[in-house]
Design a protein around this ligand. Structure first.
Ligand SMILES: Nc1ncnc2c1ncn2[C@@H]1O[C@H](COP(=O)(O)OP(=O)(O)O)[C@@H](O)[C@H]1O
Ligand SMILES: [Mg+2]
Length: 235
């Protein structure tokens, strides 16, 4: 289990996370929704270890992560699919994937590649192409495939639907459902609240650095405040 307790984080002197407490139970999809600037990306970056925290604690299976660098957290089973994908445009698809598998032995990387190509056959077709030549949807698949190369237990996903057409959004979310069935735990940040709530076991609404509502995905989808602010229902 991944657990955040009273976590705060700042950029310079400006605090943007104010005492976040959040649990992600094994095998669940936990969604985090909220407006632009609420602090969702900062929270994921704090978990993956690229953003320092100023207060509170983050633990994985009871082990404190606070002092562990990002690469050590990857070895413990955390992998992030970053906002905006952040793939290496000048490298091939396959080399991007192999970079994601740096924590694993060579034979295991082969297995990882096979799994990524099974999941997204188009990546196999394009494996010798430069990643920069892929479409947005293919780049998102590559970002997911790359994160899976480290054989994580917990996947941190930041806005996987961003910039994708409805057809590709469906494809990416089918992949997420498939990963959950395989036992992966997923912390999912999404602006597309209706989609995120429809698949989340548990969900949290974040506003200006605080969690303001929590419940099951279904509970939040039925909440009038969520409907008005995040699902586009009018009163
Ligand atoms: N690198 C940065 N330096 C300074 N402020 C930042 C930086 N990144 C984000 N912020 C600020 O932190 C707040 C939370 O941002 P972010 O975590 O990106 O929110 P979200 O992902 O929910 O849109 C915003 O007010 C944003 O302007
Ligand atoms: Mg963000």
């Amino acid at each position: 289990m991944l657990e955040l307790t009273d976590v705060s984080s700042s950029y310079g002197r400006i605090e943007v996370l104010h005492g976040i407490t959040l649990r992600v139970s094994p095998g669940k999809i936990v969604a985090l929704i909220g407006s632009n600037g609420a602090g969702k990306t900062t929270l994921l970056r704090a978990v993956s270890g690229v953003q320092p925290i100023s207060r509170g604690r983050i633990t994985l299976e009871g082990q404190p992560l606070n002092r562990l660098q990002a690469h050590v957290r990857v070895q413990l089973g955390l992998a992030q699919v970053p906002e905006g994908r952040q793939i290496f445009n000048g490298l091939t698809v396959e080399d991007n994937l192999l970079l994601g598998g740096w924590t694993r032995a060579r034979g295991e990387s082969e297995a990882g590649l096979t799994a990524a190509y099974d999941m997204f056959p188009v990546l196999c077709e394009r494996r010798h192409s430069l990643a920069g030549s892929l479409s947005g949807g293919q780049q998102q698949m590559l970002a997911i495939g790359r994160a899976l190369m480290s054989n994580p237990r917990i996947l941190l996903m930041d806005e996987p639907s961003m910039g994708l057409s409805p057809v590709l959004i469906d494809l990416v979310f089918e992949a997420i459902t498939h990963l959950k069935k395989k036992g992966l735990t997923i912390l999912l940040v999404e602006q597309n609240a209706s989609l995120a709530l429809s698949m989340a076991d548990e969900a949290h609404v974040m506003e200006t650095g605080r969690i303001v509502l929590r419940g099951t995905g279904a509970e939040l989808a039925a909440d009038p405040r969520v409907q008005e602010l995040y699902l586009g229902f009018s009163k």
